[in-house]
Write a protein that binds this ligand. Structure first.
Ligand code: GLA
Length: 414
């Protein structure tokens, strides 16, 4: 008997020791940045199951799902409170068939689906949220079949400690829910989540204030928090997110907010607040280019059931999407940032390099770049991923790039 007890104690001690020594298997729910359609910028809280079904249909019919946009993300406004057992329920008018039926439908389309809540009693738009119901709500989301949770931070205390605690708590509840559910941390970069959100259990974290349908707020901000009041345009967000490249890696992405491509200043939509009167197609194409260079989650928000040809072309560029989804999972480094242009360099898994040049001026610009000066050597060709033209590179590594105002050129160097 004594011998058995002794052996048990030894084997227990050994297994404790080994599990402390061995690297814990990493929870790889998001090896590349998530992609899909998100309801917020276009619909705001005016969402319902019929629209979401037809949006999922459109994602398939337009070919966007097959290009990798395989999530439908439901944002704020779905909630209908709690039942007499405190289980969250959807608004019965917006979702008369309940969430499970909708989730099953989206899954039947070969897509995944996300839901939204907040780490306080109420969400940003004032709906029922999850504080103190983390375990119960995570189980409800899992039971319905959700694959992703965007967890917002309106109505919660400003300090870091509470934020980290509340996100950890929801992450743990999701892990206990019996289903793999990605956690998107949404506290807008106010508490530098790139320093703690991955450890807290998130796979992506917003880095900025909400994107508006505009290019630029009109002034250089020293404190990114000022963008909440000024309205963050594409360039404002780039100017925050670009310097965070060191923090992005597989299963932990900087999230510079949704794509506004194709919204054209849609009236009444959240993206039209704070001067969001719309962008040009050149600017929308720039957003797509820069988000892919920055290995950002790609969340389409225009009405994909009624896209024009320009929008579809911008969202459907396979070679640009491949830069975003490259398995090495590096965010481009911004290696030049002056008053006229910015240069981005993204290392890719097969040894190729993606090079981006953004013209921030109001005029056409010709930029002479020396690749050796940027630390790039041995590359033979440069393919422009929008025009598809291939340039031969000389041994001196000089390349001349012409960009229209606010345009971003993207080259894949081989
Ligand atoms: C916050 C988020 C947005 C959106 C709204 C919903 O503003 O940052 O992305 O989810 O709340 O109310």
């Amino acid at each position: 008997m004594k011998k058995i007890i002794l052996i048990s104690i030894i084997s227990l001690a050994t297994s404790c020791y080994l599990s402390a020594q061995l690297p814990q298997p990493e929870n790889q729910l998001s090896p590349t940045p998530p992609m899909g359609f998100m309801t917020w910028n276009y619909f705001g809280v005016n969402i319902n199951e019929q629209d979401i079904r037809t949006l999922a249909d459109a994602m398939v019919e337009t070919g966007l799902r097959d290009l990798g946009f395989d999530y439908i993300f439901i944002d704020d406004g779905w909630q209908g409170g709690r039942d007499n057992k405190n289980n969250m329920i959807p608004d019965p008018k917006k979702f008369p068939n309940g969430m499970k039926a909708l989730v099953d439908y989206v899954h039947s389309k070969g897509m995944k689906i996300g839901i939204y809540s907040d780490a306080a009693p109420l969400t940003c738009a004032g709906y029922t949220a999850s504080l103190n119901f983390e375990e119960q709500d995570a189980k409800t989301f899992a039971k319905w079949g959700f694959d992703y949770l965007k967890y917002d931070y309106c109505g919660a205390p400003a300090d870091w400690q509470t934020a980290i605690y509340r996100y950890e708590k929801m992450a743990k509840a999701l892990r206990n829910s019996g289903r793999d559910i990605v956690l998107s941390v949404c506290e807008w970069g106010n508490r530098q989540p790139w320093l703690w959100a991955k450890k807290a259990g998130g796979q992506l974290w917003r880095t900025t204030a909400d994107v508006r349908d505009k290019w630029y707020c009109g002034k250089q901000v020293d404190n990114p928090n000022d963008l909440h009041g000024l309205g963050a345009g594409i360039l404002d967000i780039v100017n925050v997110n670009a310097d965070l490249s060191a923090y992005a890696s597989p299963n932990g992405w900087n999230d510079p907010d949704m794509l506004i491509v194709g919204l054209y200043g849609k009236k009444g939509a959240p993206s039209s607040d704070l001067g969001g009167t719309g962008c040009t197609d050149t600017e929308y194409q720039s957003q797509m280019s820069l988000w892919c260079l920055m290995a950002a989650p790609l969340m389409i928000t225009c009405d994909v059931r009624n896209m024009n040809a320009a929008t579809k072309r911008i969202l459907s560029n396979k070679e640009i999407i491949a830069i975003d989804q490259d398995p090495l999972g590096k965010q481009a480094e911004r290696v030049v940032n002056n008053k006229d242009y910015q240069i981005f360099v993204k290392k890719l898994a097969n040894g190729d390099i993606a090079l981006g040049i953004l013209n921030v001026t109001d005029n056409e610009l010709i930029t002479e770049i020396n690749l050796l000066d940027l630390g790039i050597s041995g590359m033979k060709t440069a393919k422009d991923l929008w025009s598809k033209k291939v340039l031969k590179l000389n041994s001196k590594g000089n390349i001349k790039v012409k960009t229209a105002s606010h345009e971003t050129k993207v080259y894949r160097l081989k």
